[in-house]
Design a protein around this ligand. Structure first.
Ligand SMILES: Nc1ncnc2c1ncn2[C@@H]1O[C@H](COP(=O)(O)OP(=O)(O)OP(=O)(O)O)[C@@H](O)[C@H]1O
Length: 274
């Protein structure tokens, strides 16, 4: 069964943990998050299948970041269940099944681009964690994100977009099966963002990593996502899952097509209802 069919089965309500041999990259069953008396996320049921690219949209404070923090074991579910690659989130974290990219690149300023990318491997070795030999070395990852020749540059010698690309290379160094991205390009200018969108799609195709990507930008969500998850607020719940079905390559030209604009208009309407 293809990944796409598995995804459809999941969305039809089939228990994907038992569909075929492929576990969902992330699976949430009745998951809720409470901070004291405040419910940030309520009864979330989702299956994000291996290899898919999901974008997450929703009004400010609806729980987009909370959802990524929940999946990445930064916060526990107050009720319900969350699994990553079939494992409880803590086991998935310890097995380095996922990696996180934040809006701020959070590079160590005294380390070169290459040394920043190597950091998770060094930390892993010091902790005695066996890290699988990557298909790509840190140098090759810097090439993949378009930074060949800048390996020795310090973060202050790089632009914001370049620092974010180093952060993506660093996130990929332990070969995560799931990449969680919280507004990674939110602070960048539009042209840089567009360029990084194209590059991220190329990385996604080449690595086969599942991506969960939070954004405030409807065009960005439609351009990148195979599926857009729309959350509504108070409490954070799933408002809609919209399949983005646009044949052909995702190129910048796509943004001028009627199909693209129709998806944007539909999501704008959904957002207004949230
Ligand atoms: N540690 C915390 N303690 C208490 N409340 C929290 C905590 N973290 C998040 N919240 C609340 O949970 C809700 C969801 O927050 P979250 O950051 O996930 O929203 P978001 O959709 O990512 O917002 P934005 O789009 O503005 O970044 C908000 O009302 C927020 O104030």
């Amino acid at each position: 069964m293809s990944v796409r069919k598995l995804a459809s089965a999941a969305l039809d309500g089939t228990d994907v943990a038992t569909v075929g041999n492929l576990p969902a990259a992330a699976s949430l069953r009745g998951a809720s998050v409470k901070f004291g008396h405040f419910t940030a996320l309520s009864d979330i049921n989702l299956d994000i299948m291996a290899g898919e690219f999901w974008t997450i949209l929703g009004p400010s404070g609806c729980g987009k970041s909370t959802m990524l923090r929940l999946v990445s074991d930064l916060i526990p579910a107050s009720s319900g269940e969350v699994r990553v690659l079939g494992k409880p989130t803590e086991a998935a974290r310890l097995a380095r099944e996922f990696a996180f990219v934040f809006q701020d690149a959070t590079l160590l300023p005294w380390r070169s681009a290459l040394k920043n990318v190597e950091l998770p491997l060094e930390i892993g070795r010091k902790r005695g964690v066996k890290i699988p030999l990557g298909e790509r070395t840190p140098r090759e990852l810097l090439k993949l994100v378009g930074l060949e020749g800048r390996e020795d540059a310090l973060p202050h010698e790089l632009s914001g977009g370049m620092c974010q690309r180093v952060a993506i290379a660093r996130a990929l160094v332990c070969q995560p099966k799931l990449l969680l991205m919280d507004e990674p390009f939110g602070a960048l200018d539009e042209m840089t963002r567009d360029r990084l969108n194209l590059q991220l799609l190329q990385i996604w195709r080449e690595t086969g990593t599942t991506i969960l990507f939070v954004t405030h930008s409807i065009p960005e969500a439609v351009f990148l996502g195979q599926k857009v998850l729309m959350l509504r607020a108070h409490p954070g719940r799933v408002k809609a899952i919209v399949d983005i079905d646009m044949p052909g390559a995702r190129e910048m030209r796509l943004r001028e097509t009627p199909a693209f604009n129709r998806y944007c208009a539909r999501l704008r309407d959904l957002l207004e209802e949230c």
